[in-house]
Design a protein around this ligand. Structure first.
Ligand SMILES: [Ca+2]
Ligand SMILES: [Ca+2]
Length: 235
């Protein structure tokens, strides 16, 4: 064994010697140290960049996405109300609601709000169609991605999609970065403001928000009541 190793080292030395001999640039053994460090630079860079990229595309990415998506939906509702001079009325908001209170809804297919905002109401619904011009107010919203992890949230959501608009079998919906539906508060009583759902902000005295519609995500923990990680369409 010792003999073999010795022989191997000898072979390497011979190879190095011949390489040095054929090299046009004079070289010395002193170069080996700095060269080794130079080779480490890309490796060290990779070790520094990979966690940054991971942060960018995973936990933090979901936060950025969810905030942007909540703003897309809030803007779509505002634009719709400017065009039609009324707010969209999702399934859980009855026809005569809104006289004295604002309404909460979400971005599930069952509520139908996203269907209205994308102009995809059924022809058979002619009498109740709310977006007769079929304007797609969510045209700029990104498409949802296929889920890869397991959804751990307590709130309702999709088992198949995350982070965007889901157009499937004519029942569009929208999900946040963790696959949960966004919650929405509409200014159904038309006084130009809604009660602030954020208990942290309410504690600071910010009771009302001057918006026709506000949209928020339950955040990474999938709980509406924990506002530390929730993502909001306002500010
Ligand atoms: Ca109101
Ligand atoms: Ca939360």
């Amino acid at each position: 064994m010792t003999l073999y190793v010795h022989h191997h080292i000898n072979t390497m030395n011979t190879e190095n010697a011949s390489r040095r001999a054929s090299s046009p640039v004079p070289s010395s053994d002193g170069m080996a140290g700095p060269m080794k460090w130079l080779l480490l630079v890309p490796l060290i860079s990779a070790f520094m960049i990979v966690p940054l990229l991971y942060d960018k595309y995973f936990p933090k990415g979901n936060r950025v996405d969810s905030r942007a998506l909540s703003k897309d939906i809030a803007n779509a509702i505002t634009q719709y109300s400017a065009d039609y001079n009324r707010l969209p009325r999702p399934a859980s908001v009855s026809a005569n609601a809104g006289a004295d209170h604002d309404a909460d809804t979400d971005t599930s297919a069952a509520e139908g709000l996203i269907r209205i905002l994308t102009g995809k109401e059924e022809v058979g619904e002619a009498a109740t169609v709310q977006n007769s011009r079929k304007t797609n107010y969510l045209e700029g919203m990104k498409a949802a991605k296929t889920r890869t992890g397991i959804r751990k949230a307590e709130v309702a959501g999709s088992d198949k999609w995350v982070s965007g608009l889901v157009i499937e079998e004519g029942s569009p919906e929208a999900v946040d970065g963790w696959g949960n539906y966004f919650l929405i508060r509409l200014d159904s009583n038309n006084d130009g403001e809604v009660a602030n759902p954020n208990t942290d902000e309410v504690a600071d005295g910010r009771l009302k928000l001057a918006h026709r519609a506000i949209v928020w995500s339950a955040g990474k923990d999938g709980k509406w009541e924990t506002w530390g990680d929730n993502l909001k369409s306002w500010d």
